[in-house]
Design a protein around this ligand. Structure first.
Ligand SMILES: N[C@@H](CCC(=O)N[C@@H](CS)C(=O)NCC(=O)O)C(=O)O
Length: 213
């Protein structure tokens, strides 16, 4: 199986960590977004949304969307389980993963799009007020996470799941490229971050553009 990705890009990193947890080797195909390789007619046939990651199966069929790809990998390699084993776990892990995507990734995404790096590309008119509001919401969210991690080891309870991968890759991206590092003194969030970052899967696929941590 091939994974279309770019080193350092957070969504492909989610899939690379997920696959590593399962011991699945993916053939990595670099797509350079600066060269707009994700918008070529050939790539749009793989994913009409023009985004990475995309998983290409050996028969040529393609699956876009990080969570959908991870669900495919969980179906072909069920262990270790990362999406839930029973009805409650399946629903709760899904809920937490969606909250991290809609309540956290959405905010850091806005700050990224309206921040200095994207502005240099000259393809989007940045709105400073949008960035300011999302920066504020993100710092508020970090506090909330810190409170949650006071009583729970992982994002969705007492074990590592896909929801931890979603949060980790978001925090590392926000720290490295969006200027939204979690605030000092959030000890519980820091404890969680250190613990999850030390996993072999997360070390193998680091946050920086060269793939390091
Ligand atoms: N919902 C998608 C988001 C994918 C996404 O936004 N990927 C980024 C790279 S991390 C991308 O391709 N950005 C280019 C663009 O939006 O044009 C997923 O979960 O895979």
């Amino acid at each position: 199986m091939k994974l279309y990705h770019q080193d350092g890009a957070p969504n492909p990193r989610r899939v690379k960590i997920f696959a590593a947890e399962k011991g699945i080797d993916l053939e990595l195909v670099q797509v350079t977004m600066l060269k707009r390789e994700h918008k070529t007619p050939e790539f749009l046939k793989k994913n009409p949304s023009g985004k990475i990651p995309v998983l290409e199966l050996d028969d040529g069929r393609c699956i876009p969307e990080s969570v959908a790809i991870c669900r495919y990998l969980e179906a072909v390699e069920p262990e270790p389980n990362l999406f839930g084993r029973d009805a409650y776990e399946l629903a709760y892990i899904e809920a937490r993963n969606r909250q991290i995507e809609f309540e956290y990734w959405r905010e850091i995404g806005i700050s990224w799009v309206h921040g200095p790096i994207v502005a240099q590309l000259g393809i989007i008119k940045s709105i400073p007020e949008a960035k300011e509001a999302s920066d504020k919401n993100t710092h508020h969210y970090y506090k909330r996470l810190d409170q949650e991690f006071a009583s729970t080891a992982y994002v969705a309870g007492d074990r590592f799941t896909v929801a931890d991968i979603t949060l980790l890759t978001g925090v590392d991206f926000a720290t490295a490229l969006v200027g939204l590092k979690p605030d000092e003194g959030l000890k519980n969030l820091d404890r969680w971050h250190k613990e999850v970052s030390s996993r072999a899967s997360c070390q193998a696929f680091g946050a920086m553009p060269d793939g390091s941590s």
